[in-house]
Design a protein around this ligand. Structure first.
Ligand code: NAG
Length: 387
């Protein structure tokens, strides 16, 4: 993306540095481009994607490539519309957007500077890619209008579970260090139900660009964000099941903390820890984890001996178990033969192993199961702008 600003703005900021932060921001906003300008954006098809020209800026959107900075110049917060009655179009937009991925997914992808691989709900704008992108802009403007018209509330705790691209995580870590603010240039779905937010942190919710191994590739990480904000818009009326609130793009937040939380304790387990776990029996939390009415599995002293004899720590054990590459003489021939793979013995071990994860069980690609991500980040944010 090319940016054509900023020397005059830099000078202005320099001159204003003695003034309070809010005065600086008011000036910066004048320089920014209001979201309704998207209706006048020039969108042209280019090789592999589209080029968007708006407010003197140029953004090239391509498949399979995110740019978390693409829309940083757009300003979405417009308190002048607050309290206005929602139009029929506003209501239809909220209905379409909420509780369904058909519209929200392509909008999320565009927000992250990526051309949607599949336009889903926006295929109604039959024809060229550029026409569909224009259809998305029109929808986004309508969503911006609807949210700006909704009333503001007092400070609320809003939760968002999901996957954060590494570039954005780095930006938040840097902001925590420097005390500067961050913003997210896309619409964010959040909920007041803290337990609901965990459902989007599993491997099934990984971004498509790195699906199946986003952590391993270092491209995106599971995150649990808590926003303490008075700028959220309560849309629970349209999506009660998820107790949803939306955040307009571009709101500014201060980082309060970022904590890495280990979800799979075996990632940090020593051989001694592993042996200790294997020498204990493990009781299943609910009936459906049991097998044939049996609820307690283990211990496995033969594997515990092998783990100690070969100094196998948690990560090595995980690999060892997946490959069934057991060394002689402890367990060879007992656990590694394919006939054991679906045996009660093997399945019981697997169920017991699944109890180790800290995050709640979720819907996975193979039905309900454990959330097996190795770790996640807990990130707390607060408004950087006064209410
Ligand atoms: C959010 O909206 C729902 C549904 O309209 C309402 O019941 C709830 O009280 C609202 N919450 C707040 C904090 O305003």
């Amino acid at each position: 993306m090319l940016r054509s600003c900023c020397s005059a703005l830099g000078l202005l900021l320099g001159l204003l540095s003695a003034h309070p932060a809010s005065a600086v921001r008011a000036i910066v906003q004048l320089k920014q481009c209001g979201y309704k300008s998207l209706l006048e954006a020039k969108v042209t098809n280019v090789r592999g994607g589209v080029k968007v020209k708006v407010c003197g800026e140029e953004v090239v959107l391509q498949k399979e490539q995110t740019q978390t900075d693409a829309w940083r110049f757009l300003n979405w917060w417009d308190p002048a519309q607050k309290g206005e009655k929602l139009s029929d179009e506003d209501l239809k937009t909220l209905d379409d957007y909420l509780g369904d991925y058909e519209y929200s997914r392509p909008i999320g992808q565009i927000g992250h500077g990526m051309l949607p691989p599949n336009f889903e709900g926006f295929h109604i704008f039959e024809g060229t890619t550029s026409a569909m992108v224009q259809g998305i802009f029109k929808f986004e403007v309508s969503l911006g209008n609807a949210l700006n018209r909704l009333p503001t509330t007092s400070t609320a705790q809003l939760y968002r579970g999901g996957w954060t691209p590494s570039e954005q995580l780095k930006e938040m870590q840097a902001a925590l260090g420097s005390g500067s603010a961050v913003s997210f240039p896309w619409f964010q779905s959040t909920t007041t139900d803290d337990s609901h937010a965990y459902k989007f942190m599993g491997r099934k919710s990984e971004p498509e660009t790195c699906a199946y191994d986003c952590i391993g590739k270092g491209e995106a990480f599971p995150t649990y964000l808590t926003f303490e904000t008075c700028h959220g818009k309560n849309v629970t009326e349209w999506n009660a099941a998820e107790m949803e609130w939306l955040l307009l793009p571009g709101l500014r937040f201060k980082l309060v903390s970022i904590t890495k939380v280990i979800n799979d304790p075996w990632q940090e387990a020593t051989p001694k820890d592993m042996a200790e776990w294997l020498r204990q029996s493990h009781t299943m939390p609910t009936k459906d984890w049991g097998r044939n009415g049996k609820m307690t599995f283990g211990p496995w002293p033969d594997i515990a001996d092998a783990v100690l004899a070969h100094s196998i720590d948690g990560p090595a054990f995980i690999k060892w178990w997946e490959d069934r590459s057991f060394p002689e003489p402890y367990v060879k021939g007992k656990w590694d033969e394919s006939e054991y793979l679906y045996s009660d013995k093997h399945q019981e071990f697997q169920s017991a192993a699944n109890t180790r994860f800290k995050l709640p069980r979720i819907s996975t690609r193979m039905g309900e199961g454990p959330n097996t991500v190795e770790y996640y980040y807990r990130i707390n944010l607060q408004d950087a702008e006064p209410c």
